[in-house]
Design a binder for this molecule. Sequence first.
Ligand code: FES
Length: 608
Amino acid sequence: MTGADTPGAGPARITRIVRYPVKGMTGQPVERVALTVGAGLPLDRILALRNGSTAPATGAEWVPSEAFLRLVKNASLARHRLTLDDAAGELRIGSPDGGVIVIRLDAGRPRPADVARAGRTLRGWFPAGPLGPVSVESTGVPLWDWPRAAVSIVNLDTLDAMATAGEVPLDPRRFRANLYVAGLGAWRELDLVGRRVRVGGAELEIVQATERCRATTVDPATGVRDLNVPVLLASRFGHLYCGVYARVVGGGPVAVGDPFTDTGGRVDPAGLPAPAPDRPRYATVAERLPRSPTVVTLRLRDPAGVPCAPGQHLRVHTADKGGPLWRCYTITDASIGELRIGVKRLDDGRVSSLLHELRAGERLLISGPYGDPPLSPDAGRPLLLVAAGIGITPVLPLLRSVAATAPQRSVTVVNVARTERETPLWPEITALANRLPNAEARLHLTAPEGPLPPGARQGRPTAEEFAHLAKDPLTEAYLCGPSSFVQSVRAALRAAGLPEESVKDEPFFSPVAAALTELPPPSPGPFTVRFATSGIEARWTPEDGTLLDLAETAGLRLPAACRAGACGTCRRPVKGRTAHLLTPAAPVGAGNALLCCAVPTSDVTLDA
Ligand code: FES
């Protein structure tokens, strides 16, 4: 198996059980609990603090966590100390400046009079929201983050792998799990989604992996944002997932030290949320097809069966002795449940070397697809596909798509490579182009090893050639190659008069180990951020993090890859002033910002 995971020391056991009586506040460790079907831990999330941003609940419905004070936006919650005295039936919340709230419990339910008094006190502790003051929610409806998954589980072996990769200590309390398990092996929890596990005397269904947000940046001991865990995950591992959510399907006692075992049972897929494309999961190598001495095609079976379009890309998550690794590979062909990627073995390629060693039947941790489908459906527009070297890989599925859906479309393929060996798919490209009445394929070799093959040209295309190729103002262009190549072709096409929005690109990029400390934004705001395309407007303060964090909190899913200023995926046109909290490795361009590491320094409008 090739994955980012490691074998566990096993057998896996529960090392810690924690309940969180007040959502967002400190947890209370316990030695044992009794789990019941369909419920969470007893006394877990029985109270939450409404942030005044929404109307009060009627008491009947589950309420999304955005309605409550949460660490993701209210780091000071971590500085409030909470204690729960089971014997006395008393919950105490202490504020950093010495204030105390006491809420008595009757049979596990907070006394209404105490809740009302607590609400009045809290108004002096936390600022009001736009629709009202902070108040205490205690309706009896579960206040978990997800309506159908009450128990969160974190794998301590995964946290060890993260701490090693980030070269930082990682307090497990940042992840606010109910159950902590050790001995499973790093990242093995991701393989348990859709399975049943036995924990002590209870049985749980693992229903989804946990995507990590800015809540984990807060040190649970100090309430200070000191470690950018999402960037640690994204830049070192290529995804944002750590831990899983589960629901109790067989009640029973669970105690610290109890074994945690995969029963082999499967969850009914109808009861699982739709698989998120970016959730890492294990694919199986169905076939390995050598294409040249340096290029192999892998046919992969994807258990998630997420739909893909030609030209989108996949991430491969793996590891070697040097630590975790991840890379992007273009999907060259896809059907539901099956994908193909082309892998060129690079001289110093740690990932490509591992992938070349894979054999049929072995497993590989993947996520995706990522990226928008690159082609518009308007077959009347001429298509210009420009690739450097192995960047020709996504062009093949695009050309196949044209052949299948719009064979009359005007298409020009330009491949720039040093040698013929660098572009092993070229014979397939030319054969396909020759079958299309309005297609042309041009090969440019910059360092040919012998006589030029028929039709090939020596040297890069000139600006005049690009101007000629883009002479029709309706031309739609797609570029793939190293960032510098993509930028230079984009500039040539812009100089030729092609509108910016008619050019899509997929630059190659290598993950970078971005800094994990958060730099302070230069201005405290608040600023208004308008997302012009979606019509959403949000108010930014430093607590909201980057513009990408703010967009995600507002419910937008924008393209992002490295979250570390390295790939350019999150680049967006911006009107207004922004600042980057690190020096971006990817080109930004005038009038743009890399949302993953940018904050506003004035009111701004984003093209998103
Ligand atoms: S996501 Fe890579 S630069 Fe922003």
